[in-house]
Design a protein around this ligand. Structure first.
Ligand SMILES: C[S@@+](CC[C@H](N)C(=O)[O-])C[C@H]1O[C@@H](n2cnc3c(N)ncnc32)[C@H](O)[C@@H]1O
Length: 325
């Protein structure tokens, strides 16, 4: 029965490209791809990806204020936060640097960069989503450099040329309707010799795979496909290298980084996490028993990684580093 559902997910994925393109643009920043039966990511930034990019241009990216708060509480804190020091290290952020965090969300990377840049440095965080910026501004300062939060598109930065020592972008590029333009903007605002470090997922990830399978089981294959889309749309290494080269980052390097991610009690975490996604209303409309089963099923699927009350599992991402010549 379950295998049949997964098969239908693949068929759906392959045959409804316009549906998928719409979802790409509308889906909030959560994570997923599938390793065992659900559709795989595009193998390159080819014609299909370009078509999707064209189709998704000008799609809005607005969350409710509540969703941005939940994003901070669940996604930024547990899923993306642990990666922030790694990205800041990859860009070699140092005392006195002026740093840009693009697609900053609620600012988890910008705050780490501020500590590294110190009081002599400065940080700017830019995000398209007003709710994210509002939450970023509301959080207590971490110390170090001052941070300016700007609502705006990474594709049309209202920032001067050659004005930053480092540009960071954690799990943001894949959501830009025009990734090439996003990279050209990053190059434009970097000073000569300035450093770029950005990350996009490398694969589904165990947690997201488990959630996708569970959504397929309790809600349906279309929901699982939608949930998994944000990881499918992450560019491959070859696509990243091509994008960087075309944006005048000739020496760009892409490597895969791995860390262990810890999530607290999964039966509770999963429901909170889903509430920070476009599936919030879908999940809220389910009866309590089904919601409880979704949480418990994800926990069972990941029981091999049980650690204390929660789970600790290996996760990996691609990190692109480059220098403006
Ligand atoms: C997965 S979140 C990552 C947020 C943050 N970097 C972090 O690590 O928590 C993706 C972010 O990209 C932002 N985003 C998507 N398209 C954007 C664009 N064109 N310009 C600026 N931000 C964008 C979204 O609003 C969202 O906050």
């Amino acid at each position: 029965m379950f295998r049949k559902q997964l098969t239908s997910i693949s068929v759906l994925h392959a045959s409804t490209q316009s549906y998928r393109a719409t979802v790409c643009a509308k889906t909030l920043a959560f994570d997923s791809q599938h390793d065992r039966g659900l559709p795989k990511r595009q193998s390159g930034y080819g014609a299909q990806a370009r078509m999707e990019s064209e189709m998704s241009k000008h799609e809005p990216w607005q969350l409710t204020a509540d969703a941005a708060e939940l994003y901070e509480q669940y996604v930024a804190r547990y899923i993306l936060g642990p990666w922030a020091p790694l990205l800041v290290d990859a860009a070699g952020v140092a005392t006195g640097d002026r740093v840009l965090d693009l697609a900053c969300g609620t600012g988890v990377v910008a705050r780490v960069a501020a500590l590294r840049a110190g009081t002599g440095g400065s940080v700017v965080g830019v995000d398209l989503n007003a709710g994210m910026i509002r939450v970023a501004r509301s959080l207590p300062p971490t110390g170090g450099a001052s941070i300016e939060w700007l609502e705006g598109s990474a594709l049309d930065l209202a920032l001067p040329d050659a004005s930053f020592n480092a540009v960071l972008c954690q799990q943001g590029l894949q959501f830009f309707p025009d990734m090439a333009r996003g990279l050209r903007q990053m190059r434009r605002v970097l000073k000569p010799g300035g450093r770029l470090a950005l990350s996009v997922w490398n694969n589904a990830g165990l947690y997201n795979t488990a959630v996708g399978e569970t959504l397929a089981q309790f809600i349906g294959p279309e929901t699982a496909v939608r949930f998994l889309t944000t990881r499918h749309q992450a560019p491959t290494r070859e696509a990243l290298e091509e994008l960087a080269m075309n944006a005048s980052f000739p020496g760009a390097q892409v490597r895969v980084s791995r860390i262990n991610v810890h999530l607290p009690r999964l039966d509770e975490f999963v429901l909170g996490h889903l509430a920070a996604t476009p599936f919030a209303s879908l999940i809220a409309a389910l009866d309590m028993e089904t919601r409880g089963q979704i949480g418990a099923t994800v926990a069972t699927r990941l029981q091999h990684y049980a650690n204390g009350d929660g789970v600790t599992y290996p996760e990996e991402t691609q990190v692109l580093t480059a220098r403006a010549g």
